[in-house]
Structures are given as structure tokens and as C-alpha cells.
Write a protein of this length. Sequence first.
Length: 113
Amino acid sequence: MERIVEQGLLYDFYGELLTEHQKKIYEDVVYNDLSLAEIAKESGISRQGVHDLVRRCNRILQDYEDKLHLVQRFMKIKDNIDQLQKLTADEELTREELVQRIGLLSRQILEEL
């Protein structure tokens, strides 16, 4: 997964667990694409301080994912739903094959929930 997408997903799932200060700085880096120097000037901290805070936030968010696996589970469910959509568009499958594959995918989705 591309790093910026991964950062965004981790933040979407676990960002509320960061402090307000951490959230503000992290959002400026990841979502607002501000430079470390711009954020440092705006926040009244050093560029190195911003860099260290972003690295710490990345580590915190990744630690949550390592323990809870919410992003991983979300991605598995998303992949299964994508497969379901492809199956329903496949006109070469018999009704029986379609029912069997949909049943398998739906069970996999339920296991992830």
C-alpha cells in the first residue's frame, strides 16, 4: 500500500486516539501537505520537533494497528466486496456457481466482522 494512503487509513481509524496537538500536526503533514518548516513556524516549535512528532504519531498509529488490525480487516472486507461485485457482473457463471461463490465470500466477510 502506498505510504500516504496507509497513513491516511491509519489516521482515519485511530486518529481520535491522538492528542489534539498531535492530530493538528499530523493532519498538516498528511492531509494539508505542509512542509515541516511551515508547520514549525505556525506551531512555534522547531522543524526537528515537528519531524519527531510525526514519526512518533506514525509509530503510535502503527502500534494500534498491530494490536487491533482494524485497517487490515477493513481491507480484507473491501477486497471481498470487490470480488462480489465482479461475480455479479460475470455472465458466464451458472446460478449454482454464483450462489456458491457468493456464499463463500459472505462467510469470509462475516468472519472479519
